[in-house]
Ligand binder design. Structure first.
Ligand code: PLP
Length: 386
């Protein structure tokens, strides 16, 4: 990239931290297959087992409960294949605002599936969950994410997991966006299964983990050489796993700094609001990730905002961008009751470990220019039509 570029899209992926890059480089240079019995293989095995510790520590879980996967998406798929098989689950309850990897893999099971609606604030109402749980005594798995990737909203997982357990159900929590941004405590949340992804916290892309509570087993989804104690075959992504371990260790140390980022995010929102009272911020004032702002500029399409800011050297996402980069209707905002014309105008700004105050100041200036430029263009177009 020749032009200066300011990256403010950390919920899409966080740039790898320098110590992660160094660890990945060293591991790739040394090489080794953790299944080999010779000295190099034994060293590689040691690195995998060592990396499990900081990943477990990041979320306060048992080291033995960590199964490495090829992504957060794979870990979520493993829940809806391997965990439901091993625990003879017959019925699924998932929140309306879950990531596609939960929504689609749950739908693919062919099991009875009910969507747990959320309120207009985006939260799952415990009473709603209680009613859904009581509808059937079939073995049930509930899946509700800790923090939403679009809005940053944090769900009351501890309370919801307790309700699920009272009804005899298992509870899975996708904590991909929360880990490394807020303190996550697997034990205190009381969940049975949790999904993590390395690249959201400054680790490498293409490595994730499914965390399990001891007695809750998971059958393999990918079979072959029996790696990860038979739960996930395939030669381990050694550099990725080592990098995940380093990112998790660093992530825990950097948690306090992440909280400081909320101050910049709030400043950003206050400045935008002072200039443009028509703007709204989804989930503002609620418990949300410290780094995320979902900004609605009514009447101006998110794609146009994203492109204009991109040309000005700022990388952000449309609130409803899917993995292909296309902007589609946001199922999250639809579930919260927003009309299409609001959700089509939402952009997501997500800050992270590399963000500086200058980045925020620069973004504010670019946003102000963008707004005046696009608002003027819209008025001109309206005048031409009239
Ligand atoms: N879950 C949530 C909430 C996410 O935001 C994402 C990625 O955006 C995933 C799961 C998938 O993680 P990965 O990119 O590692 O496949």
């Amino acid at each position: 990239m020749s032009q200066a570029f300011t990256y403010l899209d950390f919920n899409a992926t966080a740039p790898a931290k320098p110590e992660v890059i160094e660890a990945v480089r060293e591991t790739m240079t040394a090489g080794g297959n953790p299944s080999s019995v010779h000295a190099q293989g034994r060293h590689a095995r040691g690195l995998v087992e060592q990396a499990r510790r900081p990943v477990a520590a990041l979320v306060n879980s048992q080291v033995s409960g960590v199964t490495f996967t090829g992504s957060g998406t794979e870990a979520n798929n493993l829940v809806f294949s391997g965990a439901i098989k091993a625990n003879r689950i017959k019925r699924l309850l998932i929140a309306a605002t879950e990531h596609e990897s939960v929504r689609l893999s749950a739908a693919n099971t062919g099991l009875e599936l009910e969507i747990i609606p959320c309120g207009t604030d985006g939260l799952v109402d415990p009473d709603t969950l209680r009613v859904l749980l009581a509808k059937s005594d079939a073995p049930t798995l509930v899946s509700i994410m800790l923090a939403n990737n679009e809005t940053g909203l944090i769900q009351p997982i501890q309370q919801l997991a307790a309700l699920a357990h009272q009804a005899g159900a298992l509870f899975h929590c996708d904590a991909v966006q929360a880990a490394g941004k807020v303190s996550v405590d697997f034990d205190a949340l009381g969940v049975d299964l949790m999904t993590l992804s390395a690249h959201k916290l400054g680790g490498p892309q293409g490595v994730g983990a499914l965390i399990r509570r001891g007695p809750v087993d998971v059958s393999a989804q990918i079979v072959g050489g029996g790696q990860e104690l038979g739960r996930r075959s395939g030669t381990e992504n050694l550099p990725g796993i080592v990098g995940f371990g380093v990112a998790a260790e660093r992530g825990l140390l950097d948690l306090a700094a992440m909280q400081g980022i909320a101050g910049w995010r709030d400043h950003l929102e206050a400045e935008i609001k002072a200039l443009a009272p028509e703007v709204t911020f989804i989930c503002q004032g609620m418990a949300r990730l410290p780094n995320t702002s979902l900004i609605v500029l009514p009447g101006i399409k998110a794609e146009t905002q994203v492109m204009t800011l991109d040309l000005a050297g700022f990388g952000i996402s449309a609130g409803s961008a899917c993995s292909s980069g296309k902007v589609s209707t946001s199922h999250v905002l639809t579930a919260m009751g927003f009309d299409e014309d609001i959700s089509a105008c939402a952009i997501r700004v997500s800050l992270g470990w590399k963000t500086s105050q200058d980045d925020v100041t620069g973004f504010l200036a670019a946003w102000k220019n963008m707004r005046s430029q696009l608002t003027k263009r819209k008025q001109e177009q309206a005048a031409e039509v009239a």
